[in-house]
Design a protein around this ligand. Structure first.
Ligand SMILES: Nc1ncnc2c1ncn2[C@@H]1O[C@H](COP(=O)(O)OP(=O)(O)OP(=O)(O)O)[C@@H](O)[C@H]1O
Ligand SMILES: [Mg+2]
Length: 346
């Protein structure tokens, strides 16, 4: 019997969710990028879903945190612990033969990229390859990016909105905004405080967004949810109904920032490629693309057809998975970064 010790894994280390693909198997981890640890003993208590349940409900000696912020490693030690736990739990035997393909946001600095490489090496990978998230997302969405035509992909994540024009296996131009799903939740928290005089936490804001959040009205649909929070004046618990129309007004401003950035990106795109984008449409992925009516408002603002890719939450990790499976075919997409003006270090 022949043993194959070589492991190839694809990783999407997201602000909200960590996803891991194992070559030959598929997605093996798809869990919140959250780690809970005990400050007294300095021990990790839980990661992923278990840790998420503790978020915002922890006693003082327990801290639950997200080590990835806006798609970038914010707490290196905690990120390493998180990844190590996920890998160990999946019995992924790390060895000097392990190859990791990791998706990273566009326009990272050299230092930020190095930090991702170091992280993977510290958890045991012998070879680390980085792929820019829009390229991985486009691959995972089965866009034929090798062709001499251009695609515009918008990844609406939790910590960042990444938008990029892709052509012939490369990113022609891209923008990254820190306005994404988490920011929408913060706007919901702010508005319930200012308008409804109710104090709510992040999990409730997320619940509101998922249940009644809309970017544009959806025909024949009227949504309502009853939420609980702390009354700002009395300090006591109170229940309040929240309707889709209300939430829509709360989300107008951040969504406008996103569509304006998209317009700006299109204005900076070479004219031939704009023609391609018009023909091919705009493709949206990431959890934020599941917000009802997001396609309608983008379409209205920029006048180009918008589609949501299939399985928008996992397209990036599935893209890294495709690289795992057919490494030779996609090798040219790896470690192939667009250099920002002024950041040319060599
Ligand atoms: N049905 C939905 N409607 C609106 N937002 C949603 C929906 N489902 C998920 N989201 C939001 O999508 C975000 C998570 O998306 P995703 O998993 O793509 O992020 P991520 O990859 O972890 O983050 P990033 O790419 O920014 O690092 C969260 O902010 C979540 O609230
Ligand atoms: Mg993401």
């Amino acid at each position: 019997m022949a043993f194959n010790f070589r492991k190839t894994i694809g990783i999407d280390l997201g602000t909200d969710t960590t996803r891991i693909y194992l070559k030959g198997t598929g997605i093996v981890v798809n869990e919140p990028s959250i780690i809970a640890f005990n400050n007294r003993t300095n021990r990790t208590i839980a990661v992923g879903l278990d840790a998420k349940r503790m978020l915002a409900r922890t006693p003082t000696h327990i801290t639950a945190l997200r080590p990835i912020s806006h798609g970038v490693i914010a707490d290196f030690d905690m990120a390493r612990e998180l990844l190590e736990r996920f890998l160990r739990r999946e019995h992924l035997p790390w060895s000097w033969l392990t190859r990791a393909i990791v998706s990273v946001p566009t326009n990272l600095t050299e230092v930020e990229r190095k930090s991702v490489e170091d992280l993977l090496r510290e958890v045991g990978a012998s070879e680390v390859f980085l792929i820019e998230q829009p390229l991985a997302g486009a691959l995972g969405s089965h866009l034929d990016i090798q062709q001499a035509t251009a695609y515009l992909l918008v990844d609406l994540g939790a910590g960042a909105t990444d938008m990029a024009v892709i052509s012939m296996n490369g990113i022609v131009i891209s923008r990254r905004l820190k306005i994404a799903g988490d920011y929408l939740n913060q706007e919901i928290i702010r508005a319930t405080r200012d308008e409804l005089k109710l104090h709510i936490g992040e999990p409730t804001a997320e619940e509101i967004k998922l249940a009644v959040g809309t970017a544009a009205p959806v025909a024949g649909e009227r949504l309502e949810i009853v939420i609980r929070g702390r009354d700002l004046t009395s300090g006591l618990p109170r229940e309040v109904p929240v309707r889709d129309v209300q939430v829509r007004t709360w989300l107008v401003r951040p969504l406008k920032v996103i569509t304006e950035a998209l317009k700006d990106l299109i204005e900076s795109t070479p004219p031939e490629l704009v023609g391609d984008v018009y023909k091919n449409g705009v493709h949206c992925c990431g959890g934020g693309s599941l917000l009802r009516g997001i396609d309608a408002i983008i379409e209205k603002e920029i006048g180009v057809a918008v589609s949501i890719v299939e399985e928008p939450l996992t397209c990036v990790v599935r893209g890294t998975g495709m690289v795992c499976e057919q490494f030779d075919q996609f090798e040219s997409l790896l470690n192939n970064f667009s250099v920002m003006p002024g950041l040319h270090l060599r």
